[in-house]
Design a protein around this ligand. Structure first.
Ligand code: HEC
Ligand code: HEC
Ligand code: HEC
Ligand code: HEC
Ligand code: HEC
Ligand code: HEC
Ligand code: HEC
Ligand code: HEC
Ligand code: HEC
Ligand code: HEC
Ligand code: HEC
Ligand code: HEC
Length: 324
C-alpha cells in the first residue's frame, strides 16, 4: 500500500472526527436571544439551520396570529433580527403609510391582512360624517378628493355649500337668493335623490309631507311661487270650517271649532279614518274603557249633527248618561 495515500486517509479521518464533535456535540449559539425558551426541535431539524419545519410552531399562540397574506410570508421578513419578541405588531411599523399621514396610523380601520383593497368605502364615509348616497355614491373619488396624489385623503369640507356654491348661485327656479333661502342645502335637499328636485326626491318638504291630499303643485300653497312667505302648518289656515264640503256637517262650525282639523282628520282625505283621540280626556272614553271597539261611527251616539248631543238608545235602554 502507498504510505502517502495512508497518511491522506488518516488526516481525513482526524478532520472528520474533529468536525463531528464540534458540529453535533456542541450546539451553535442561538440567534433568538437569551430569554427564548422554546425547544429548538419545535422548528429545526438536523438538516439545516436555515430551513425550518413547516407547521412546526403554532403562531396563533402568540399575540399576533398570522392571517390573510401573512400566512404566506417567510418568518425572516417580519423577524429580521430573529429575536421573535422584538417584532412590532402595529401595521404601520412594517408597512409604509402610503397615505402620507392623511388618515392616521390606525390602518386596521380600513384594511385587513387579506389585501389593501378597500371594500367598505360607504362605511368609511358614514363614520367620517358624510353619507355617500345618491349621486355622490357614483361620482369618482377624485371629484371630491382633489389632492395631487390619489392616495392622499387630506381633510375636505363636507358641508354642501363648500362644493355646490356655483349651483346655488345659478338657481333660477326658484332663484334661491331672491327667495331668501339660506345656504344650508341639507335642510331642504336630501342626498337620497338623484338631483335637486322633488320629482327626483332630491327636495324634501320636511315636517309637512306632500302626500295624500297634498300631492299638489307647489303654487297651490306657495301662491305665485313665492317661497319667502312663511306658511303656517295649521290646517285651518288653509281649510275652512264652513267650506262648501263640510256645510252638510254643521257641528264643524260650532262644536268642532275649538279644535284644529288635524285633531280628527289626516291629510289623506277628509272622509278617511276620522279619529278624535282627545274625546277620551275631554268628553268620555270611547277609544279606551268599556266602549273601546264597540261603536263604528260618531253618529252612533251623536245622532243629530246639528246639536251633537249624545244619545245612547241605539244600544242601551237608557237615553243619556256619562260614559264608563
Ligand atoms: C419558533 C421556531 C424556532 C425555534 C424554537 C428555534 N428557532 Fe432557530 N430559527 C428559526 C427561524 C425561523 C430561523 C431563520 C430561518 C431562515 O433562515 O429563514 C432560525 C434560524 C436559526 C439559526 C441560523 C441563524 C442564521 O443567522 O442563519 C440558528 C443557528 C438557530 N436558528 C438556532 C436555534 C437554536 C439553537 C434554537 C433552540 C435554542 C432555535 N434556533 C430555536 C426558528 C426557530
Ligand atoms: C407578518 C409578520 C410575521 C410573520 C410572517 C411571522 N411572525 Fe412571528 N411574530 C410576529 C409578531 C408581530 C409577533 C409578536 C411579537 C411580540 O411578542 O410582541 C410574533 C411573535 C412570534 C413569536 C413569539 C415571540 C415571543 O417571545 O412571544 C414566535 C416564536 C414567532 N413569532 C415565530 C415565528 C415563526 C417561526 C415564523 C415563521 C413560521 C413567524 N413568526 C412568522 C410577526 C410575524
Ligand atoms: C411585523 C411586520 C408586519 C406587521 C406588524 C404587519 N405586516 Fe403586513 N406584511 C408584512 C410583510 C413582511 C409582508 C410581505 C410583503 C412585503 O414584503 O411587504 C406583509 C404583507 C401584507 C399584505 C399583503 C400585500 C402586500 O403588501 O404584499 C397585507 C394586505 C398586509 N400585510 C396587511 C397588514 C395589516 C392590515 C397589518 C396590521 C393589522 C399588517 N399587515 C401588519 C409585515 C407586517
Ligand atoms: C380611512 C381609511 C384608510 C386608512 C385608515 C388607511 N387606508 Fe390605506 N387605503 C385606503 C383607501 C380608500 C385606499 C384605496 C384602495 C382602493 O382603491 O381600493 C387605500 C389603499 C392602500 C394601499 C394600496 C395602494 C395602491 O397602490 O393600491 C396601501 C398599501 C395602503 N392603503 C396602506 C395603508 C397603511 C399602511 C395604512 C396605515 C398607516 C392605511 N393604508 C390606512 C383607505 C385607508
Ligand atoms: C361627493 C364627494 C365624495 C366622493 C365622491 C368620495 N368622497 Fe371620500 N370623503 C368625502 C368627504 C366629505 C369626506 C369626509 C371629510 C374628510 O374626512 O375629509 C370623505 C372622507 C374620505 C376618507 C377619509 C375617512 C377618514 O376617516 O379619515 C377616505 C379614505 C375617503 N373619503 C375615500 C374615498 C374613496 C376611496 C372614494 C371613491 C370610491 C371617495 N372617498 C369618494 C367626500 C367624497
Ligand atoms: C366634497 C364635495 C361635495 C360635498 C361636500 C357635497 N357634494 Fe354633492 N356632489 C359632489 C360631486 C362631485 C357631485 C357629482 C357631480 C357630477 O357628477 O357632475 C355631486 C352631486 C350632487 C347632486 C346631484 C346633482 C348634481 O348637481 O350633480 C346633488 C343633489 C348633491 N350633490 C347634493 C349635495 C348635498 C345636499 C350636499 C350636502 C349634504 C352635498 N351635495 C355635499 C360633491 C360634493
Ligand atoms: C329653504 C329650502 C331650500 C334651501 C335651503 C336650498 N334649496 Fe335648493 N331648492 C329648493 C326648492 C324648493 C327647489 C325647487 C324644487 C322643485 O322644483 O322640485 C330647489 C331647487 C334647487 C336646484 C334646482 C333648480 C335650479 O333652479 O337650478 C338647485 C341646483 C338647488 N336647489 C341647489 C341648492 C343648493 C346648492 C343649496 C345650498 C347651498 C340649496 N339649493 C338650498 C329649496 C331649497
Ligand atoms: C299643501 C300645501 C303645500 C304644498 C302643496 C307645498 N308646500 Fe311648501 N310648505 C307648505 C307649508 C305649510 C310649509 C311650512 C312648513 C313648516 O314650517 O314646517 C312649507 C314650506 C316650504 C319650504 C320651506 C321654506 C323655508 O323657509 O323653510 C319650501 C322651500 C317649500 N315649502 C317648497 C315647496 C315646493 C318646492 C313645493 C312643490 C314641490 C311645495 N313647497 C308644496 C305647504 C305646501
Ligand atoms: C298651506 C295651506 C294648507 C295647509 C296648512 C293644509 N292644507 Fe290641506 N290642502 C291645501 C290645498 C291647497 C289643498 C287642495 C285644494 C283643496 O282640496 O282644498 C288641500 C287638500 C287637502 C285634502 C284633500 C281634500 C280632497 O278633497 O281631496 C285634505 C284631506 C287635507 N288637505 C287635509 C289637511 C289637513 C288635515 C291639514 C292639517 C294637518 C291640512 N290639510 C293643512 C292646503 C293646505
Ligand atoms: C272633532 C272632530 C273634527 C274636527 C276638529 C273637524 N272635523 Fe271634519 N269631520 C269630522 C267628522 C266626524 C266628519 C264626518 C261627518 C260627521 O260625522 O259629522 C267630518 C267631515 C268633514 C268633511 C266632509 C267629508 C266628506 O264626507 O266628504 C270635511 C270636508 C271636513 N270634515 C273638513 C274639516 C275641516 C276643514 C276641519 C278644520 C277646519 C274639520 N273638518 C275639523 C270631525 C271633525
Ligand atoms: C259611545 C258614545 C259616543 C261616541 C261613539 C262618540 N261620542 Fe262624542 N260624546 C259622547 C258623550 C257622552 C259626550 C259628552 C257630552 C254629552 O253628553 O253630550 C260627548 C261629547 C262630544 C263632543 C262635545 C259636544 C259638546 O256639546 O260640546 C264632541 C265634539 C264629540 N263628542 C265628538 C265626537 C266625535 C267626533 C266622535 C266620533 C269620532 C264621537 N264624539 C263619538 C259620547 C260619544
Ligand atoms: C254602539 C253601541 C253603544 C252605544 C251607542 C253606547 N254604548 Fe254603552 N256599551 C256598549 C257595549 C257593547 C257595552 C258593553 C261593554 C262590555 O261590557 O264589555 C257598553 C257598556 C256600557 C256601560 C257599562 C256597563 C257595565 O255593565 O259595565 C255603560 C255605563 C255604558 N255603556 C254607557 C253608555 C252611555 C252613557 C251611552 C250613551 C252616551 C252609551 N253607553 C252608548 C255599546 C254602546
Amino acid at each position: 500500500m502507498n504510505t502517502k495515500f495512508m497518511n491522506y486517509k488518516l488526516i481525513l479521518l482526524t478532520v472528520f472526527m474533529f468536525w463531528g464533535t464540534h458540529a453535533f456535540a456542541v450546539s451553535p449559539k442561538s440567534p433568538h436571544g437569551a430569554n427564548f425558551k422554546v425547544e429548538c426541535t419545535t422548528c429545526h431539524t438536523t438538516d439545516d439551520w436555515n430551513k425550518i419545519k413547516p407547521n412546526g410552531f403554532n403562531h396563533n399562540k402568540t399575540h399576533f396570529p398570522l392571517t390573510g397574506q401573512h400566512k404566506m410570508i417567510s418568518c425572516k421578513k417580519c423577524h429580521t433580527t430573529l429575536e421573535f419578541s422584538k417584532a412590532p405588531t402595529q401595521c404601520s411599523a412594517c408597512h409604509t403609510d402610503i397615505h402620507q399621514g392623511t388618515v392616521g396610523k390606525d390602518c386596521e380601520r380600513c384594511h385587513n391582512t387579506g389585501s389593501w383593497i378597500v371594500t367598505n368605502v360607504k362605511r368609511i364615509h358614514r363614520e367620517a360624517g358624510f353619507v355617500l348616497a345618491g349621486a355622490h355614491a357614483t361620482a369618482d373619488c377624485n371629484r371630491c378628493h382633489t389632492s395631487a396624489s390619489s392616495l392622499r385623503f387630506d381633510n375636505i369640507r363636507s358641508d354642501c355649500y363648500a362644493c355646490h356654491k356655483d349651483k346655488y348661485d345659478a338657481t333660477t327656479s326658484p332663484n334661491h337668493r331672491a327667495a331668501g333661502f339660506d345656504t344650508d342645502c341639507a335642510r331642504c335637499h336630501s342626498m337620497v335623490g338623484r338631483n335637486w328636485l322633488s320629482n327626483g326626491r332630491g327636495f324634501d318638504h320636511g315636517a309637512f309631507p306632500l302626500t295624500g291630499g297634498h300631492k299638489l303643485d307647489c303654487i297651490a300653497c306657495h301662491l305665485n311661487n313665492d317661497y319667502s312667505k312663511k306658511l303656517s302648518t295649521d290646517c285651518s289656515t288653509c281649510h275652512s270650517l264652513t267650506g262648501a264640503q263640510n256645510a252638510k256637517y254643521p257641528a264643524h262650525a260650532t262644536k268642532f271649532a275649538a279644535f284644529d282639523c288635524s285633531a280628527c282628520h289626516s291629510i289623506q282625505a277628509w272622509d278617511a279614518g276620522i279619529k278624535f283621540k282627545q274625546h277620551d280626556s275631554n268628553f268620555g272614553k270611547i277609544y279606551s274603557g268599556k266602549h273601546k271597539g264597540k261603536w263604528s261611527s260618531c253618529t252612533d251616539c251623536h245622532t243629530n249633527d246639528a246639536n251633537y248631543a249624545a244619545k245612547c238608545t241605539k244600544c242601551h235602554s237608557f237615553s243619556t248618561g256619562s260614559l264608563p
